[in-house]
Design a binder for this molecule. Structure first.
Ligand code: PLP
Length: 389
């Protein structure tokens, strides 16, 4: 019998779970409350404090949190939601869940983020056609904040609400403030999927400074039910006031998330250090990477390179070569409007040329706190070999 060796792969991203995390989850599991105990509100408070926001609503995923945010902002069937084509499908799907029409604004070639100039042009046209969006979901790609000042000015002028999809960006900052402070938005969303910056296994959070939006999200999170005391009825009484969902986070997830939060700043520091090493080592190769701005400190969920015209190797070929060498590179993202489901809605190839060009050339390199020096060196050496010929 041939003996198969299991090849160890360097993944593009990976959670860090330590003994302290495990102990925290086990303690929660042995406690009286494993679903809706004290840890969910404690995690919410800790995230709100970290971001210096007033309120936080924990959910079972960022996808749920995006849906709750849209519901709280009153998105409905006559409304329009815009987002970036370079994102995970969830940033757009939340609009469709509400029956709204979804449309996209192309990205900036340098930052991979939704382009404020193209947003302005599209808004001018939309105003003319009476097709203005109710919500714009901006995505902080790879952890780098969008140009929120410019986008918030347009929100004032054209009267739309802003949701920051900061699934990549907890721990990053913009103009000296932690992302999530909602200085320039109505609601900010974080994801705690294991591949993101900190994890609660699955989980998400909606952060806001508005009590009214918080109350709405809390109600939609749990079936649209309130439990306000009613003396005429009795202590058991509850009322369903609208059609909500079960999007709740549980105490085991919150236990892990809370404990991970203690290491958030050190995770970010490590990610930034690793990104700096990539930049130094890869300078001079025929590639580019996401241009950082003076205003932002990226959380570096991803380190994305783009292969420029003169690279001797095509992206697909480089992807295959690195994968075969045990280096788990990935591609973020397939433009949402090119997905079959969105093509059925009428979008077509060519609609967002910068996003499509970016997609043809981008590649995410391994980046996570436990990526070792020798693992990173392996990635660098392989890239140097493949890109120098
Ligand atoms: C991961 C991700 C989501 C969805 O997060 P889940 O917690 O898995 O639902 C949404 N938007 C972006 C940009 C993401 O990267």
């Amino acid at each position: 019998m041939p003996r198969h060796k299991i090849k160890t792969m360097i993944p593009y991203g990976k959670q860090q779970i330590n003994q302290d995390d495990i102990d925290a989850v086990v303690t929660a599991l042995k406690s009286d409350f494993i679903t809706q105990g004290p840890l969910v509100p404690a995690f919410e408070q800790a995230i709100a404090n970290y971001c210096q926001a007033k309120h936080a609503v924990a959910c079972n995923s960022a996808t749920s949190a995006l849906h709750l945010a849209c519901l709280a902002l009153g998105l409905g069937t006559d409304d329009i939601l815009w987002t970036s084509p370079i994102t995970f499908v969830a940033s757009a799907n939340c609009g469709l869940y509400c029956g709204a029409k979804v449309d996209f604004v192309d990205i900036e070639a340098e930052s991979f983020n939704l382009c404020p100039k193209k947003l302005k042009t599209k808004l001018e046209q939309a105003q003319h056609n009476k097709q203005l969006p109710k919500i714009v979901v901006v995505v902080h790609m790879a952890g780098l904040s969008c140009n929120m000042q410019a986008i918030a000015l347009l929100a004032q002028e054209y009267g739309f609400k802003i949701i920051e999809d900061a699934s990549h960006a907890i721990g990053g900052s913009y103009l000296q403030h932690k992302i999530g402070g909602c200085q320039y938005s109505d609601i900010t969303i974080f994801s705690f999927h294991p591949v993101k910056i900190i994890t609660s296994v699955e989980g998400g959070m909606a952060v806001t400074n508005s009590l009214k939006l918080t109350q709405k999200m809390v109600r939609f999170r749990s079936h649209g039910i309130t439990r306000e005391p009613n003396n005429e009825q009795g202590g058991w009484y509850y009322q369903q006031l609208e059609l909500g969902f079960n999007y709740r986070m549980n105490d085991l997830q919150a236990a892990l998330g809370l404990n991970q939060l203690k290491r958030l700043d050190s995770f970010i520091q490590k990610r930034q250090q690793l990104a700096d090493i990539y930049k130094q080592a890869l300078a001079g190769l025929p590639i580019e990477w996401q241009q950082q701005s003076q205003q932002s400190l990226s959380a570096y969920h991803l380190f994305i390179i783009t292969l420029t015209g003169v690279a001797p190797i095509k992206r697909k070929q480089l992807y295959d070569t690195l994968q075969a060498a045990g280096i788990g590179v990935n591609v973020h993202y397939i433009p949402v409007h090119t997905q079959p489901y969105y093509q059925q809605l009428g979008f077509k190839m060519g609609d967002y040329p910068i996003a499509e060009h970016y997609y043809q050339h981008c590649l995410s390199l391994p980046l996570y706190p436990d990526l070792s020096q020798s693992q990173q060196q392996k990635v660098i050496t392989k890239l140097q070999t493949e890109l120098c010929n």
